[in-house]
Structures are given as structure tokens and as C-alpha cells.
Design a protein around this ligand. Structure first.
Ligand code: P1T
Length: 381
């Protein structure tokens, strides 16, 4: 089955009892048993639910994995992955990543004896220096949030190939339409389904996908024991969103290209971070491991003044000032005070999250309207 067909059909078939084309919302917490232990595949909706199962199977197929597991948010998915580790284990992560991921690593798991190192991963030496006999996981986002750095997944895979280390890729920004980390050597892919996969800013959900049965069993045990599962209505909404992923992503990429070019030539802009630009330092790697460059752009203003950035993000009409990304509507954010406020100022500034950094999630509106909107907000500073 080709990717576009998988989006629409994988994990789903018409409902056997009614012929309904769309997967029903099995809004039930439990299932009748004929006698104890004798049931039709489902016993309790924390453990399994048919709507959730359809989504989990769909996600596994899209990422080229064998197992998919859904969670109540992207962070709940991250929580489950880290819980496969034990006290004393070490994780090496990108220093540029979603602020909430940094927060759960540092403020929740550190105190249970798991150690986290944050480093640049576009420079393989810095990662190599941190690997030791306690390292059990390498955690990357690519493109990273919010600096849009590109990390060579296959290079990391080759580096840890002969070691007892799992490679985890947060594929939220790229989606499996643009990038398939499991095919490039990753052991685990995770998603905030809240973003492009759901695609309509109406659901909070996360997912983990892997190939290995032992790992999937561990994750399933955590999913069932800790219970951070999504409800069937939300699973239905994400299944519906996924059916148009390819069409939406093509337009996100096209609109982002126009906006990135527009920003690059604008006199009030200092730097533009979008991996599709030929002067982006990860452009060549992005070209080789992604099908397109995505809909996320970050940029800084000349003079790097906080008040200018606040003015720009507060005076847009079609780019709504809000946390999150990946919906059909355009959003604008100010990472230093919003999504990445959990990271200490000195730490975030080292990675480029300076006061004037602005992040755009370029939506599917008419490109002329979006450019005019940016232009008028920039004229005000
Ligand atoms: O919000 P949630 O569904 O829990 O997902 C967390 C998460 C994980 N990974 C990445 C790369 C993310 O961007 C996020 C959430 N990010 C935002 C809310 C944001 O505005 O960047």
C-alpha cells in the first residue's frame, strides 16, 4: 500500500456490524464478557479500545513500524518512553528541543535517578564525548523546536549501532509524510499528535511507534499500568485529520517556502531559520532525509529587541498568537516567553532562543494574505 492510501485505509475497515465506512467512536469504558476472560478482544478501555486501536495501527503503518501506542498528550508519550529506563541510566538529548520535553526530563525524571545531558547534535563530536557505559537513550527532535536545526538520523544510528542505546526521534515537526525515522535507523518515533497529525487544533494527543516486540511490550505495560490514554472521540478526530495529511503538508511546505523567501528579503529581519533555504546549515541533510521542509519557520529581528518581538506577535491578524503549531490556521509564537520559558535564559540563548526570536506555524490560508499580515506587523516596529 502506498503512503497516501495508508493515510486513508491503514488500520481501518468498514464496521462489520453496520458497514459504516468511518471507524465508529466506541464510547465505552468496558466490554461484556461471556464468562470471566472470555471476551471479543477488548476487556477495558484503558487497556484497549477499538477506535484507539484503529489509530494505533494506522500510525504504525505510516511510520513503517510494527506497533503504535497512543497517549493523552505528546508529553504523556514522552513520559512513557522515559519510563522504560531505570535509575542510573543516562539520556543524551538535543540542547534545542521543545521546552516541555526539557521540563519533564529535568524537573520530573532527574529526581528518579535518570541523568540527562543536553548537547548539539549537528556536531557529532559533542555527542560522542558524552556517550558512556550508562547511556541508554539518544533523544532528538529534527527539525528541532524552535531553531529548526536538522540532525542526521542515519549518522546517529551508525554511531550507536553496536551499543545498547535506543535512538528516539520526536517526529512532530516533520510527520511521517516528510520523514520516516524508523527507516533511517531510529528505534522509537514519538509524536505530539496535537500538531500536524491531528491537523485542526482540536485535540491534544501523543503517540509512540516502534518495530521491536520486546520494546512494544514494555511500552504497552506502561501505557496500561500508568493509564495516560486518550479517549475514543479524540482518536476518531485524529484518524479523520490524518486522512488529509499529505495534502495539508504539501501546502504547508509551499506556503512556508514563500514566507521564508519573503522574510529573507525583508529589511527588518536578521536571520531566518527554515531548512528549505539553501543557506540553512542543515539544508543538504534535510534534502536527503526529508521529502519537503515543513511548515515551521523561526526568525529574529534586527536589533534583537524584546519589545519589537512582542509588538510583531501581538499585531498580526491571520497569524494568531498562541502556543502550539501544525493546524490548518497560521499561528505565531514567542518561544522565549511561551513554549520555551521553562528553559533558563542562559541555556536557551546559547541555542539561539534570543529575545527577538519569533516562531511561525504557517497555515493553509492564502499566501498573499499571510505575507501582507506579516508585512503590516513588521511596519509597526
Ligand atoms: O503538547 P503535547 O501534545 O503534550 O506535545 C508536546 C510536544 C512534544 N514534542 C514537540 C516537538 C512539541 O512541539 C510538543 C508541543 N509543542 C508545543 C505546544 C509548541 O507550541 O511548541
Amino acid at each position: 500500500m502506498k503512503f497516501s492510501t495508508k493515510l486513508i485505509h491503514a488500520g481501518q475497515s468498514s464496521d462489520p456490524s453496520t458497514g459504516a465506512i468511518m471507524t465508529p467512536i466506541y464510547q465505552t469504558s468496558t466490554y461484556k464478557q461471556k464468562s470471566p476472560g472470555d471476551f471479543k478482544g477488548f476487556e477495558y478501555s484503558r487497556t484497549g479500545n477499538p477506535t484507539r486501536q484503529a489509530l494505533e495501527n494506522n500510525l504504525a503503518a505510516l511510520e513503517g513500524g510494527n506497533y503504535g501506542l497512543c497517549f493523552g498528550s505528546g508529553l504523556a508519550a514522552i513520559d512513557a518512553i522515559v519510563k522504560t529506563l531505570s535509575p542510573g541510566d543516562e539520556v543524551i538529548s538535543t540542547n534545542d528541543l521543545y521546552g516541555g520535553s526539557y521540563r519533564i526530563f529535568n524537573s520530573i525524571f532527574q529526581k528518579y535517578g535518570i541523568k540527562f545531558h543536553f548537547t548539539r547534535m549537528d556536531c557529532i563530536d559533542s555527542l560522542n564525548n558524552l556517550i558512556n557505559e550508562k547511556t541508554r537513550m539518544v533523544w532528538v527532535e529534527t527539525p528541532t523546536n524552535p531553531m529548526m536545526n536538522i540532525i542526521d538520523i542515519n549518522q546517529l544510528y551508525n554511531l550507536i549501532l553496536d551499543k545498547d542505546i535506543l535512538l528516539v526521534v520526536d517526529n512532530t515537526f516533520a510527520t511521517p509524510y516528510l520523514q520516516k525515522p524508523l527507516e533511517q535507523g531510529a528505534d522509537i518515533v514519538m509524536h505530539s499528535l496535537t500538531k500536524y497529525m491531528g491537523g485542526h487544533s482540536d485535540v491534544v494527543m501523543g503517540a509512540v511507534i516502534c518495530k521491536d516486540k520486546k520494546l512494544a511490550d514494555k511500552l504497552f505495560h506502561i501505557q496500561n499500568s500508568c493509564g495516560a490514554v486518550p479517549g475514543p472521540m479524540d482518536c476518531f478526530l485524529v484518524l479523520r485529520g490524518i486522512k488529509t495529511l499529505h495534502v495539508r503538508m504539501d501546502r504547508h511546505c509551499k506556503n512556508a517556502k514563500s514566507i521564508a523567501n519573503f522574510l529573507e528579503s525583508h529589511q527588518k529581519i536578521d536571520k531566518v531559520y527554515w531548512p528549505g533555504l539553501v543557506n540553512h546549515k542543515g539544508h543538504e541533510i534535510a534534502k536527503s532525509q526529508m521529502l519537503g521542509f515543513g511548515g515551521m519557520i523561526s526568525f529574529t529581528l534586527k536589533g534583537n529587541k524584546l519589545k519589537d518581538a512582542i509588538s510583531v506577535v501581538s499585531n498580526m491578524n491571520y497569524f494568531t498568537l498562541a502556543e502550539s503549531l501544525g493546524g490548518v490556521e497560521s499561528l505565531v509564537g514567542h518561544p522565549a516567553s511561551m513554549t520555551h520559558a521553562a528553559i533558563p535564559k542562559e541555556e536557551r540563548e546559547k541555542t539561539g532562543v534570543v529575545d527577538s526570536l519569533i516562531r511561525l506555524s504557517v497555515g493553509l490560508e492564502d499566501i498573499e494574505d499571510l505575507q501582507k499580515d506579516l508585512d503590516q506587523a513588521l511596519k509597526l516596529i
